[in-house]
Write a protein that binds this ligand. Sequence first.
Ligand code: CTP
Length: 130
Amino acid sequence: MNTVITFGTFDVLHVGHINILERARAKGDHLVVGVSSDKLNFEKKARYPVYKENDRVKIIKSLRCVDQVFIEESLELKAEYIKQHQASVLVMGDDWKGRFDHLSEFCEVLYLARTPSVSTSEIIEIVKSI
Ligand code: CTP
């Protein structure tokens, strides 16, 4: 089995999320997704996601291109998650380019181009302004 792992918040699901998950899955034959916890998001972005972690997990799990989902509790544990899931490829969006190169001692590290002109933060701003 060639396992690919990726991480993200995946709040207020949009087409950029689907694109990266489909492209990540195409890099192997089993896709594991670490969905960041509500607490981790608060630490990272100083706000809680709109959708609670269990709902975000349920939504991501329901996608055809996703095989397995877990809650990412800490940004510092990526190496542990990679080893635990025996991932051979780590996929991240290119907004993280270079930031995870040190993990190439455990698996191949790939940065895929983000889908232009869409993000959860922007959707939240648009909805607020309506
Ligand atoms: N992503 C992408 N293209 C976009 C938005 C996100 O490829 N237009 C990818 C990110 O690079 C990441 C994954 O989707 O690998 C999850 O990103 P996340 O941070 O949850 O989504 P954003 O829309 O970037 O959220 P925010 O605006 O809150 O930062």
